[in-house]
Design a protein around this ligand. Structure first.
Ligand SMILES: [Zn+2]
Length: 366
């Protein structure tokens, strides 16, 4: 399943040169009535044994956590600090068709670094160090060449990232490719993978097809004023970015069924997320082994309490992680979650009572 993808150089290089030829030109954006995803369709996965890590749509994702729910390291690297670069591929991105998505995603990436949401992935380490919340946005680029009309293959995504960077991708970066075209009849909303440019330079990529109006990829955001399309892209972006940080090249963190930290909390939402720049979003949570072990996370779709939509700098990371209930109550405190109230801190908070938190709240006399 996790064959190492190092052969992208040849296929990738060729495709980059023939990028126009890689596209049939026909738009294949999903229409509003294409709201169900096909569990049988698998896009181009399997091509070259490609290890796209698929973010399955709402109706397609099985319940995570069969066997041990804990993720383990597979002996490889993480992205201790990361950079992000958004590539908007297709001529319509340079028109009003984009409808605020570019500015919105700029805001998302700018706010991700240093956020408590990013801290939800910092308990993991690889052979090259510990994950931190440091994330630097390299900005976006619009590639007005035609985007492929169907789902990108890993090699086409790798070649696009290599093309945009003149074969000099930052090795700590994730290149997120947003196509104006949809993926066609597939069962996923996005994926991330990795490869190498023709000169051997390693590159991490994520593919985010047009998912406007796709019910199976819709976080149903009523918590922010964002458009449906922006809300959907932000949610899948948070999922793929968190996975690329903790499992950038297939030997990082995932569970015995191959589920990464985004997969294990897919389609579960705790509370509105505030990023480091104050922007607010509806984002799925990310899996925390520590929160699961301490029963301090919120439940995934299998009822396992290991999802976090924010964590703290405090060591151990579980001092407050999850117990805040949401990133919002953690944000803004001087030392993050240090003073953050939680059930068990000895104080009966306004949102606690004898039923919800008997440890802190004395049972009222009947
Ligand atoms: Zn995933």
């Amino acid at each position: 399943m996790r064959t190492t993808w190092l052969a992208g150089l040849v296929a990738g290089g060729v495709c980059a040169l023939l990028v126009g030829g890689c596209s049939s030109g026909a738009s294949n954006a999903p229409s509003a009535d294409d709201g169900t995803l096909d569990p049988q369709a698998t896009g181009e996965q399997g091509m070259h044994g490609a290890p796209e890590h698929l973010f399955l749509g709402r109706g397609e994702a099985g319940r995570p956590g069969g066997g041990s729910p804990l993720m383990t390291s597979h002996g490889g690297t993480v992205l201790p600090t990361n950079k992000t670069k958004a590539i908007f591929w297709g001529p319509k991105w340079a028109t009003s068709w984009e409808n605020g998505k570019i500015a919105g995603l700029d805001e998302f990436f700018t706010g991700f670094g240093g956020s408590n949401y990013a801290k939800a992935s910092t308990e993991y380490a690889g052979t090259n160090g510990q994950v931190t919340a440091t994330s630097t946005y390299l900005g976006h680029e619009i590639d007005t060449r035609p985007a492929p009309s169907k789902a990108l293959s890993v090699s086409s995504a790798v070649s696009e990232a290599c093309s945009i960077t003149n074969n000099a991708p930052d090795p700590s970066a994730l290149y997120l490719i947003y196509t104006e075209t949809g993926a066609g009849h597939v069962n996923y909303c996005a994926w991330h993978s990795w490869g190498s440019c023709s000169n051997g330079a390693p590159v991490q990529v994520a593919y985010m097809p047009n998912i406007d109006g796709l019910a199976g990829c819709d976080p149903q955001d009523t918590w922010t004023p964002h458009s449906q399309g922006l809300a959907a892209l932000a949610n899948v972006t948070a999922h793929e970015l968190s996975e690329a940080i903790t499992d950038p090249r297939g030997a990082g963190w995932f569970d015995s069924s191959g589920a990464e930290n985004g997969d294990k909390c897919a389609w579960t939402f705790n509370a509105r997320v505030t990023l480091h720049n104050g922007s607010t979003w509806k984002l799925q949570g990310e899996w925390s082994n520590a929160a699961y072990n301490n029963n301090t996370g919120y439940p995934n779709r299998s009822g396992q309490n290991g999802c976090l939509d924010g964590a703290c700098d405090a060591s151990p990371a579980t001092v407050c992680a999850g117990k805040c209930g949401s990133i919002d109550t953690c944000a803004g405190t001087t030392v993050d979650c240090g003073p953050c109230p939680y059930c068990g801190d000895g104080t009966c908070q306004a949102n606690e009572d004898a039923t919800s938190c008997p440890a802190d709240c004395s049972v009222p006399t009947p």
